[in-house]
Design a protein around this ligand. Structure first.
Ligand code: URA
Length: 434
């Protein structure tokens, strides 16, 4: 294989063969191909796309770059949820303990921040001591005994995705249906699950910004899952504004804890329960939608889901006391507030810009080697359609980087539009794909 020729072939929009895809991906994974050649191929795929055959070949080689888990000895249904990425999307942190309490085994393998969107692993690591790099045996034991274990790709599970994902994050090659499909589905198939629900985001804070593009992505993901014998459904959910109020790693853990304590924002809880209902109904097709929601809300009202989050935190090396004492967490040195420049209805939020503002403040990475400032982030105080008076707070900003804070404060006013008339509010859940 001559990497140059493969890059050129894809850059001209031609179909790559299974063996070309395989050799290139495995070559990059074992270090024989450098970042710059992989980046060039990623950009060519990003621009030219891949057909179904190529996407399946890419998924297969990423899956086979590592081990596949076997949970056939697990007594209960084994399932997972995955999001295509958005801003303020902390659903996994709520849903994993809720479903674990309801006896669903959740072997969750998550990702780090990607492009403008946050990552579950970074959020979990904002809990002091939380280890997302468990030995696979220990993780499997947690998934069987506690019904949940939360890790990232290891050297053993989809190492190809781990390496490529980090490169896509900094080369603007995220927003691609074949790359997202192969990345998500290789990890999910490797988990050895029986059921999967996908939260496919749509809107100006999603990688796929129109319902049509999101539907194509959802269809691609669902058909790969079903092709591997996994019960797979997808919900297309709105990302024209952040989910909940908090953006940034620790802020999102805090909001998740509040959600599990019965005080979560309605949009966040509604999406969480809707996704959870998909899995509960795959596990028990006789369960009605209302009963599936009710079962989940009960794990919140009786405190069992929050106890489960604390237990899993402790078992993964984290300090559960921080979850009981949220206000003791170290605060960012600098803060500021953006207020409404006039009275009217909040009619538009530049959600992607908010995600990038989070990165600028320190809540995400600009390059692969960056570390994250867990205390930085944003709180949005208004939702689309809210009536605002001039001077009402819209966004609170926190950072340990004074200059970045100033920049976001100055630019941030442009992220919001206020109109005299009530805007049309997109539905939270647009569609279900089966
Ligand atoms: N989540 C993933 O795991 N991969 C992507 O490419 C996008 C979201």
């Amino acid at each position: 294989m001559i990497p140059y020729q493969i890059i050129e072939k894809k850059s001209k929009g031609q179909q790559l063969s299974d063996s070309e895809i395989r050799e290139f991906i495995l070559g990059y994974t074992d270090g024989s191909l450098p970042d710059y050649q992989m980046s060039a191929l990623l950009m060519a795929i990003f621009i030219q796309g891949m057909n179904t055959e190529e996407t399946l070949a890419l998924t297969k080689v990423m899956l086979e770059s590592g081990e596949r888990m076997d949970f056939s000895s697990a007594p209960d249904f084994v399932a997972d949820k995955h999001s295509t990425g958005g801003v303020g999307d902390k659903v996994s942190i709520l849903l994993a303990p809720i479903l674990a309490v309801l006896n669903i085994h959740i072997p969750m393998i998550s990702g780090r921040g990607l492009g403008h969107s946050g990552g579950t692993l970074d959020k979990l690591e904002s809990i002091p001591g939380f280890n997302v790099n468990l030995e696979l045996d220990k993780w499997k034991e947690l998934v069987i005994q506690e019904h949940v274990g939360l890790i990232g790709q290891t050297g053993n599970i989809c190492p190809a995705d781990k390496k490529i994902y980090a490169l896509r994050d900094v080369t603007a090659t995220v927003r691609s249906i074949p790359l997202i499909s192969a990345s998500i589905m290789s990890k999910k198939i490797a988990e050895g699950i029986q059921g999967l629900v996908l939260d496919v985001k749509t809107g100006n804070g999603a990688f796929m910004q129109t319902p049509e593009a999101s539907r194509s992505l959802a269809n691609s993901l669902v058909s790969i899952g079903q092709g591997y014998g996994i019960k797979t459904t997808a919900l297309i959910t709105d990302m024209n504004q952040p989910l909940g109020s908090a953006i940034g790693n620790w802020f999102e853990i805090e909001e998740s804890v509040r959600g599990l304590q019965g005080d979560g924002p309605k949009d966040l809880m509604d999406v969480t329960y809707a996704l959870g209902a998909e899995i509960l109904r795959m596990s028990n097709p006789d369960l009605s939608q209302a009963a599936a929601i009710d079962l989940q809300t009960r794990t919140v009202t009786d405190g069992s889901a929050f106890e489960k989050l604390k237990k899993i935190t402790e078992l993964q090396g984290g300090d559960p006391r921080v979850l009981d004492n949220l206000s003791n967490y170290p605060k960012a040195k600098y803060s500021g507030v953006i207020t409404a420049s006039k009275s009217g209805y909040l009619s538009q939020v530049d959600t992607m810009a908010l995600g990038f503002a989070g990165i600028q403040l320190g809540a995400g990475r600009r390059k692969m080697s960056d570390s994250i400032d867990f205390s930085s982030g944003l709180y949005i105080h208004a939702r689309l359609g809210d009536k605002l008076e001039k001077g009402d707070p819209i966004l609170s900003i926190y950072s340990n980087d004074e200059k970045a804070l100033e920049e976001v404060l100055n630019k941030g006013k442009e992220y919001f539009s206020i109109d005299r008339s009530l805007p049309e509010i997109p539905p939270l859940i647009l569609e279900r794909i089966e």
